[in-house]
Design a protein around this ligand. Structure first.
Ligand code: PGA
Length: 269
C-alpha cells in the first residue's frame, strides 16, 4: 500500500497535474477531450492544460468556470516587437493563461534553447503574472555517466541566478529525457532522489522552497501516478501522451486528488 502525500500536505503543497498536449489536437477533438475532462472533475488537485497557441481561445471557453486552468507550452524571451513567429508572455496573460511551460527538453534540443534563455523566459512569464513551469532533465548518456545531478542543478541554477528569491514563484518539472514519450519511467525512488536534490538547491535560494511544487514528467500514466505522487518531494506531474486521453488524464488527476487528501481524508478545496 502506498502512503499518502503527508509531506506535501504538511507543507501546504496542493498537487498540480499539467497536461502538455505538445503539437496535437484539432478544434473538434479538443472540445470532446475537455468536455470529458470537465465531466470527470472536480478534482482535489490543481489541474491545468497546456495547449498549442491557436487553441487558447477555444480552450479558455471550454474550461471557463470548471476550476481547471490552462496555459501554453512556450513563450518568447522578448516583450512584444519585431520577432516573427514568437508569442509574448503578455499575450498569453490576455488569454487567461495560468501557466507556461519553459525549457521543455524538446525546445532545448530542437530549438537550441540555452539555460540562460530559458531563465529569461521564466522571468518574463512571472513579470506578466504567469507561473512558469521550468523543465529540467538529463539524457540517458548523462544518467549513465553519473552526471544527472550536475545537469539538473546547472539548468536550475541559471533560473535561480536570474530570479533570485522570486524563484519560489515558479514550478519545476523534472523530466528525464530518456523517459519522455518512451514508455520508460524513472522509478519513484529515482525521481525522488532528483527532486530532493532540486528542493535542496531551491532551499539555498529561497526560504519558501518547502512550499514549492516540483512535478515529475516522463511517461506518467494512470498506472504509475499514485506511486510517484506518494514520494515526499513529488507534488504532481507534467503529462504528455496520457493527457490526450480523457480517461487516462482524469485517472492521473484522481491519483493526485487522493494524494492531496493526505492523512486527513478531508477535501482541501
Ligand atoms: P510524456 O511527455 O508523458 O508523453 O512522456 C511528458 C512531457 O514531455 O512533458
Amino acid at each position: 500500500m502506498v502512503s499518502p502525500m503527508n509531506a506535501q500536505v504538511t507543507a501546504g503543497r496542493l498537487p498540480l497535474v499539467v497536461g502538455n498536449w505538445k503539437m496535437n489536437g484539432t478544434r473538434v477533438t479538443n472540445v470532446e477531450l475537455l468536455a470529458a475532462l470537465r465531466a470527470s472533475g472536480p478534482f482535489d488537485a490543481e489541474v491545468s492544460v497546456c495547449c498549442p497557441f491557436p487553441y487558447l481561445a477555444d480552450v479558455a471557453m471550454s474550461l471557463q468556470g470548471s476550476g481547471i486552468t490552462w496555459g501554453a507550452q512556450d513563450c518568447s524571451q522578448h516583450e512584444p516587437g519585431a520577432y516573427t513567429g514568437e508569442v509574448a508572455a503578455v499575450m498569453l496573460a490576455e488569454f487567461g493563461c495560468r501557466h507556461v511551460i519553459v525549457g521543455h527538453s524538446e525546445r532545448r534540443s530542437q530549438h537550441a534553447e540555452s539555460d540562460t534563455l530559458v531563465a529569461e523566459k521564466a522571468r518574463l512569464a512571472l513579470a506578466h503574472g504567469l507561473t512558469p513551469i521550468v523543465c529540467v532533465g538529463e539524457t540517458l548518456a548523462e544518467r549513465d555517466d553519473g552526471t544527472t545531478e550536475g545537469v539538473v542543478k546547472r539548468q536550475l541554477s541559471a533560473v535561480i541566478h536570474t530570479l533570485g528569491h522570486c524563484v519560489s514563484q515558479i514550478v519545476v518539472a523534472y523530466e528525464p529525457i530518456w523517459a519522455i514519450g518512451t514508455g520508460l519511467t524513472a522509478s519513484p525512488q529515482q525521481a525522488q532522489v532528483v527532486h530532493s536534490v532540486l528542493r535542496a538547491q531551491l532551499a539555498a535560494a529561497s526560504t519558501r522552497a518547502i512550499e514549492m511544487r516540483l512535478l515529475y514528467g516522463g511517461s506518467v500514466n494512470a498506472g504509475n501516478a499514485q506511486e510517484l505522487f506518494a514520494q515526499p518531494d513529488i507534488d504532481g506531474a507534467l503529462v504528455g501522451g496520457a493527457s490526450l486521453k480523457a480517461a487516462d488524464f482524469s485517472a492521473i488527476c484522481r491519483a493526485a486528488s487522493h494524494a492531496a487528501l493526505g492523512s486527513t481524508g478531508k477535501s482541501r478545496t
